[in-house]
Write a protein that binds this ligand. Structure first.
Ligand SMILES: C[S@@+](CC[C@H](N)C(=O)[O-])C[C@H]1O[C@@H](n2cnc3c(N)ncnc32)[C@H](O)[C@@H]1O
Length: 241
C-alpha cells in the first residue's frame, strides 16, 4: 500500500496503516477491510478488543498488529472453536497451530487466542469492559443476533461493534437482515464492499468516530471509496498461490 498520511475526514485524523499487515491469507473474506480495521484501532485506542470468529486469523492479527504499532497498552482476545461452522466448513487443528506459530511469539504478551465457544468465553469477560468487538462467527440471522445480544453487556460505554457480511444475501446468511434492526436509532456506518462491514456505536459515540458516523451523501461515499481502494491494495498484496 503506498498511501500514507491521515484520514482527517473519516476517522478523526487516525493514521493510515503504512503497509498491508504481516498475515494475509486468501481463505479470509476480510482482506479488503484490513486498512479500515487498522485505522479504527488507531482512532479508538481500545483497552480491550474481542473478536468472535478468528479462523485463519487475518482480521484478528490485523487488529493486534495495529495495537502493537500504535503502542496501545490494551489487551486482545480472539475466540473460536477453531473447528469451523456450516459457512466455513470444518477444518482441522493445523489452522490453529499455524496461527499460533505466527501470533504467539509476536503478540502473546498482550493477546490471547481462546479455543472456546463464544458463549463460554463470554462468561469469563467482565461486563462493560470491551471497547472494540468484532462479530464474525456464523452468519445466520439467529447466530449473529445471539452473539450480539450475549456480548452487548460486555461493551464499555464507548464500545464499538463490527459486523461482517452485512451485504451477503445468499443461502441462509442473515446479517443483512439483522444489521438494519440493530443499527436503527444508533450511531452507525456501513461499508458495502468486501461482503459488507457494519460499524456500530450502541452507547456513547467515541469522539474520533464522530466524523464517520456523521458522514452522509458524498462524504460517506468518499469514505467508502477510500477504504475500498486501500482494501484492494491488500488483495493485490496476497501471496501468489
Ligand atoms: C467467518 S469465520 C472468521 C473469519 C475471520 N474473522 C477472518 O479474518 O477471516 C467464522 C469462524 O467462527 C467460528 N465460530 C462460529 N460460531 C462459533 C461459536 N458459536 N463459537 C466459537 N466459534 C464459532 C468458526 O469456527 C469459524 O472459524
Amino acid at each position: 500500500m503506498t498511501v500514507s498520511g491521515t484520514v482527517p475526514a473519516a476517522l478523526g485524523a487516525a493514521p493510515l496503516p503504512p503497509a498491508p499487515p504481516a498475515l494475509l491469507d486468501a481463505r479470509s473474506a476480510w482482506i479488503t477491510h484490513l486498512p479500515f480495521g487498522a485505522c479504527l484501532v488507531a482512532a479508538l485506542r481500545p483497552r480491550l478488543v474481542v473478536e468472535l470468529g478468528v479462523h485463519v486469523g487475518v482480521s484478528y492479527c490485523n487488529f493486534v498488529e495495529a495495537m502493537a504499532r500504535e503502542g496501545i497498552a490494551g489487551r486482545c482476545l480472539g475466540v473460536d472453536t477453531f473447528v469451523g461452522d456450516s459457512h466455513t466448513e470444518a477444518y482441522d487443528g493445523s489452522v490453529l497451530a499455524a496461527l499460533r506459530a505466527h501470533h504467539d511469539p509476536r503478540y502473546g504478551h498482550f493477546s490471547t487466542l481462546r479455543q472456546a465457544t463464544f458463549d463460554a468465553a463470554a462468561e469469563e469477560i467482565a461486563p462493560g469492559s470491551v471497547d472494540l468487538l468484532h462479530i464474525d462467527g456464523l452468519h445466520t440471522y439467529e447466530a449473529v443476533r445471539h452473539d450480539y445480544e450475549t456480548w452487548a453487556p460486555k461493551l464499555s460505554e464507548r464500545g464499538v461493534v463490527l459486523f461482517h457480511d452485512t451485504e451477503v444475501r445468499r443461502r441462509d446468511f442473515g446479517v443483512w437482515r439483522y444489521w438494519p434492526e440493530v443499527s436503527a436509532g444508533r450511531a452507525h456506518f456501513a461499508f458495502l464492499h468486501g461482503f459488507g462491514l457494519g460499524v456500530l456505536a450502541p452507547g456513547e459515540v467515541p469522539a474520533a468516530l464522530r466524523p464517520l458516523f456523521d458522514a452522509t451523501g458524498e462524504a460517506a461515499e468518499e469514505i467508502r471509496a477510500l477504504f475500498q481502494r486501500l482494501g484492494r491494495a491488500c488483495l493485490a498484496a496476497l501471496p501468489a498461490t
